[in-house]
Design a protein around this ligand. Structure first.
Ligand code: RI2
Length: 321
């Protein structure tokens, strides 16, 4: 698929889920590189940078997108001599990312499944392929458990989740988002995915996650986050905030209804922030960590060091420190 088509589908959420967005963007960049007719290396690079910018501007919150793009664009290093060499290296980097990110989900599933026990009731929110990998693997291991899945207004991603669970043969209760606390007393474990994880271990995930984590905290129910290492946000080391996407009002209220209520403003944030204190465990493909260890993931596995930011504006005055 072309870069423009992929960007459009990501914006409209026809392609959604932090991991899928990253893989789709990388696949589109690979396609763009392979089709490029540029013969000049500088022109080729510029074309790829423009394509990367189009994809980066689609959705602001899931850091899997900039992390994945940063990773593959990094393969276009200064020592490259020709467009042919650039295409070969870039294509290999894209293939590698797509395959590694798929393997990461499987690995997280195997690690996360160990935290689900016979007789457990597990609550999940939204549609995370990584969180689902844990549930599906536990089911394949023969663990008998039930799931409580939320609806996930306004885009109803919960429907995708219950279809997958139903097809796998996992007993599931489907509830409206506002019933999460009501059912929490029956829940043994909450499992969710992540769109971004900050250096202090806060998890940015689908709107409503923080309310569920708060209810879980109140009833001492453990919260497990399933997230690949490339969902950790390196720039939060510098105090950069994760932008929370606010989507259009029409997702919440039909435009005609809203038009009849001129003094009402519809707010539609797509994500919220769950502080590290409400999270017990983050399962990555490198192992399960407490949220307080997020910095180590950024430093040791994501390969981003403070050195990467040389030239970045740390002063807020436009200067380089
Ligand atoms: P995986 C989704 O965002 C949800 O917030 C989900 O929990 C998260 O991405 C991670 O998904 P959206 O695209 O990468 O539905 O685990 O807004 O599939």
């Amino acid at each position: 698929m072309t870069v423009t088509d992929t960007a459009e589908k990501i914006k409209k959420m026809e392609i959604r889920g932090a991991g899928r967005i990253a893989r789709a963007a990388v696949a589109a960049l690979k396609d763009r590189a392979e089709r490029s007719t540029a013969t000049d290396l500088r022109v080729f690079r510029e074309g790829m940078e423009q394509a990367a910018d189009i994809l980066l501007s689609t959705r602001p919150t899931a850091v899997s997108l900039p992390n994945a793009i940063h990773l593959v664009m990094g393969s276009l290093s200064d020592d490259i001599q020709s467009v042919t060499e650039a295409k070969v290296r870039f294509s290999a980097a894209c293939t590698r990312f797509i395959s590694i990110s798929g393997e990461a989900v499987d690995r997280i599933g195997r690690i996360g499944a160990r935290h689900i026990r016979d007789g457990d009731v597990v609550m999940t929110h939204c549609n995370s392929e990584t969180a689902l990998a844990c549930l599906l693997q536990a089911h394949r291991n023969g663990t008998r458990f039930e799931v409580v899945a939320t609806e996930v207004r306004p885009r109803n991603q919960g429907l995708l989740t219950i279809r997958t669970l139903n097809d796998a043969g996992i007993a599931t209760s489907f509830i409206v988002d506002s019933a999460a606390r009501y059912f929490m007393k029956e829940v043994d474990l909450v499992v969710v995915g992540a769109d971004a994880i900050t250096v202090n271990g806060a998890v940015i995930n689908k709107i409503g996650t923080s309310q569920i984590a708060l209810a879980a905290h109140e009833s001492r129910t453990p919260v497990m986050v399933a997230a690949e290492t490339y969902k950790f946000a390196p720039r939060t080391i510098l105090g950069e905030f994760i932008e929370i996407e606010e989507r259009e009002a029409a997702e919440v209220l039909p435009t005609v209804t809203a038009a009849a209520l001129p003094r009402v403003r519809v707010r539609n944030p797509a994500f919220d922030v769950t502080p590290a204190g409400y999270i017990d465990l983050i399962v990555t493909e490198q192992g399960a960590i407490p949220p307080q260890m997020a910095y180590l993931i950024i430093r040791d596995y994501l390969g981003w060091e403070i050195g990467e930011f040389t030239g970045a504006d740390l002063t807020g005055t436009g200067g380089v420190p």
